[in-house]
Design a protein around this ligand. Structure first.
Ligand SMILES: C[S@@+](CC[C@H](N)C(=O)[O-])C[C@H]1O[C@@H](n2cnc3c(N)ncnc32)[C@H](O)[C@@H]1O
Length: 410
């Protein structure tokens, strides 16, 4: 079997559709920062403004007490710059969010319920809205975005693609008077954190333990009037599909809890976690899907909240947190040609631990993994330090009777 046909076979369902759609929209399959970098180089003043606006938005998203008006103003400034015209918007999209869009569409093509009226919340330049319109030719598809430049880009993209069943509204999606209601599908992809719907700040102390404490503690109780408004857009029995930034498990719990309290019966079997590398940094996203039950939004959903926290904890490791991120950094180094120079395997039975030293581009990296979820990438150390630490540890273990096997990288 040739390489090509094997690759074709390995494609997941929906992949071909996504690939074709992205090509039609003028987007690559994999992130391509080239065009965006060239735009930045051609207009450094504009790019400086983008960087300042990005940083400011990030700062606000981490503040529990940020003023909603300030969040919206920052959103308008930031996306007004990024979406100054469709080519800029698509270049920025190609440089980062294209992987998020591709993963989301792969999932959506496979799992979306039928819809006659679909609302795309925070539609940005309309890349996803147009895909929904093409996939549901009989449906009325509406995109809403607070930024007029986003809506102008989205309208132009729909024109370019010849999608006739989509329309766009400029306005704050948290304002129920804008954009209508009675939708049987509401989709929000990477929009809710941007709108400040749930706090993005890591819990106090920001270590793995306090994060789990937040999952057990106030996380499942988290409510948001904005989530209630969002659910209010749905007709009873309508579906809400969400993918959003949740770098810490407690944020996933807050988002899920807000949706549960808003009267959306989450189907945890369809929820999931995705990880993307953005600007060199791995970031975790959580996907929720549920149906508006029609129950009053004030219904006490504490029990489901506990179920949600339990679900988050059961996401297979290392799905959230530093372990998973370290794993990705390590994978990136390996893909970039890092070389194993030393390693050993410790058998604590039933757990195995590996300690390795890798070299790349004149730097060394320590890499510790266990058959459990532990992953640790040590950077910024000298070869001697790592060698002494790992070697001495292996020696102490061996002296205590632990089976130690050394790799021979040759
Ligand atoms: C990261 S972009 C996502 C675009 C699109 N959903 C996608 O994934 O391709 C987030 C969008 O949400 C919009 N947004 C943020 N807060 C909003 C609000 N309160 N009302 C309407 N749109 C908002 C922003 O203007 C931006 O275009």
């Amino acid at each position: 079997m040739g390489k090509q046909s094997r690759r074709k076979r390995e494609r997941q369902p929906g992949e071909t559709k996504v690939h074709r759609y992205l090509a039609r929209a003028g987007l690559p399959d994999q992130p391509d920062p080239g065009p965006y970098r060239r735009l930045a180089a051609a207009d450094p003043e504009w790019f400086d403004q983008v960087v300042v606006a990005d940083d400011f938005s990030l700062l606000l998203s981490r503040k529990r007490d940020a003023e909603p008006g300030a969040i919206l103003a920052a959103t308008r400034t930031r996306y007004g710059l990024l979406y100054r015209d469709l080519d800029t918007a698509l270049a920025e999209y190609a440089s980062r969010p294209v992987m998020i869009a591709a993963a989301w569409l792969r999932w959506w093509f496979r799992h979306h319920p039928p819809a006659t009226r679909l609302l795309d919340i925070g539609c940005g330049p309309g890349v996803l809205t147009c895909a929904y319109g093409l996939a549901l030719p009989e449906a009325e598809v509406v995109g809403i975005d607070a930024v007029p430049e986003a809506v102008a880009c989205a309208e132009e993209l729909a024109d370019r693609l010849g999608v006739r069943n989509v329309s766009f509204v400029t306005g704050d999606f948290l304002d129920p008077t804008v954009g209508g209601d009675g939708f049987d599908q509401v989709v929000a992809v990477t929009a809710l954190a941007d709108a400040g719907l749930y706090p993005q700040d890591p819990p106090e102390g920001s270590d793995a333990l306090s994060s789990v404490a937040d999952v057990d503690g106030p996380g499942p109780e988290f409510r948001s009037a904005d989530a209630d408004r969002l659910a209010g857009r749905l007709s009873p029995g309508g579906s809400l599909l969400v993918l959003d930034r949740t770098p810490d498990p407690s944020q996933a719990v807050r988002l899920g809890a807000a949706l549960l309290h808003a009267g959306v019966d989450l189907d945890l079997g369809r929820a999931g976690v995705e990880l993307f590398v953005e600007g060199g940094q791995p970031t975790t996203f959580t996907r929720f899907a549920g149906v508006r039950s029609g129950a009053p939004a004030t219904l006490d959903r504490t029990l489901r909240g506990e179920e949600l926290a339990a679900w988050i904890k059961c996401v297979p490791p290392p799905a959230f947190g530093p372990e998973w991120h370290d794993e990705l950094r390590f994978e990136a180094l390996k893909a970039d040609g890092a070389r194993l120079v030393w390693g050993c395997e410790l058998n604590y039975s039933p757990t195995l631990e590996r300690r390795e030293i890798w070299e790349h581009d004149g730097k060394v990296y320590g890499w510790i993994t266990t058959t459990g979820s532990f992953r640790e990438l040590a950077t910024g150390r000298s070869p001697e330090e790592l060698w002494n630490e790992y070697g001495a540890y292996a020696g102490r273990c061996a002296a205590k009777g632990v089976q130690v096997r050394f790799h021979d990288p040759a």
